[in-house]
Design a protein around this ligand. Structure first.
Ligand code: TXA
Ligand code: MG
Length: 322
């Protein structure tokens, strides 16, 4: 059962500690309530998907107390810096190249080489983020497919049985998720509309545009515009027979298929949350071993298994030979 704590200096430091220990904490921002986890802790991030019941691993937004803190994980172009200076703290999320030495786990960014970052304008959120000292990823604090919560009570209604901690900072002022701008290309592009409009952003960066598909058929989820992780080698699913120099992504404690040159086990005990936490990390590790391809053992489809399947299917579809 979730505990709703009114925000003050004591509860903020308590919940910052819970976050750094790997627990989930729902907290207010000026847009909507977020379900926070330590971005550098892949098990904690996996717990977010578990709690939300998300059928797939969308990349998450990493939250920081300042632009300087965000610059530890993301590379800011000149235009990105201008937007940050003009609108942070505020309801603006920037998609930027992820730094190679970033400690944000691969699951948080769905294995992509970009990262979405934001400095929220809510005083309670800023205090919490300062106290954590680690980036906090937070999707809206609602079960998948439900409306984003703007009060602590709405969070409790949707996720009360799934999480322990809700930090109450009153009703959010914007009530609408942040505007997302992709700054990985020369022309910044709005990926998701939000409290900051094209006109407002264009005053700072005149070249900004809306993504084509947004104008044409307004997809409900920005995920539709998203690139998905794909390995540089072929990926085969539900495989038991090896090909030469192929690596195996294993699961569980059962009989292991024989003859693979490399084996990494997502979860020797068959724990789907642990498997989710290791998924992108191990795919990258196998790729780095220069395998000829990656074979994936059968993984059960219950719970987080569904999201794991979704990502693997897309990865298999998008994979390409060396
Ligand atoms: O206002 C908000 O942004 C709230 C508060 C809690 O900060 N958060 C939020 O998170 O709306 P979420 O997970 O519901 O939406 C994040 C969206 C995802 O749908 C995803 O498509 C996009 O951000 N996103 C994240 N990382 C991305 C990336 N590397 N490239 C493109 N889009 C990305
Ligand atoms: Mg959402």
């Amino acid at each position: 059962m979730a505990l709703i704590l009114p925000s003050n200096s004591t509860t903020v430091s308590l919940l910052a500690e819970k976050l750094t220990q790997g627990e989930l904490v729902a907290f207010p921002t000026e847009t909507v309530y977020g379900l926070g986890a330590d971005a550098t802790n892949s098990k904690a991030v996996a717990a977010i998907y578990q709690a939300k019941g998300r059928p797939s691993f969308n990349p998450l937004i990493a939250h920081y107390p300042s632009q300087e803190a965000a610059a530890k994980d993301a590379i800011f172009s000149e235009q990105a810096l201008q937007l940050a200076q003009a609108f942070w703290p505020g309801p603006l999320t920037l998609v930027l190249p992820k730094k190679k030495d970033s400690k944000v786990c691969a699951l948080a960014t769905s294995g992509l080489d970009t990262i979405a970052v934001r400095v929220p304008a809510h005083p309670v959120a800023l205090e919490l983020l300062k106290a954590c000292g680690t980036p906090i990823v937070a999707p809206s604090a609602n079960p998948s497919g439900f409306l984003s919560p703007v009060t602590a009570q709405q969070v409790e209604k949707g996720l009360g049985l799934k999480i322990n901690w809700i930090l109450d900072g009153g009703k959010t002022t914007k009530g609408l998720e942040s505007t997302i701008v992709d700054c990985t290309t020369d022309t910044p592009t709005i990926l998701r509309h939000g409290p900051l409009t094209l006109e407002m952003l264009a005053k700072t960066v005149p070249t900004i545009t809306e993504s084509f598909s947004h104008q044409e058929h307004a997809p409900k989820a920005p995920g539709m515009l998203l690139q998905h992780y794909a390995p540089h080698c072929p990926l085969r699913l539900t495989i038991t027979n090896p090909q030469p120099k192929e690596g195996l992504l294993a699961f569980g404690s059962g009989l292991m298929p024989l003859g693979f040159d490399y084996i990494l086990n997502l979860s020797p005990t068959g724990d789907l949350q642990e498997a989710a936490a290791n998924l992108f990390d191990y795919l990258h590790k196998l790729e780095d071993l220069n395998v000829s391809g990656i074979a994936v053992m059968s993984i059960p489809r219950e719970g987080l298994g569904e999201a794991i399947h979704d990502k693997l299917k897309r990865a298999a579809h998008g994979s390409h030979p060396h």
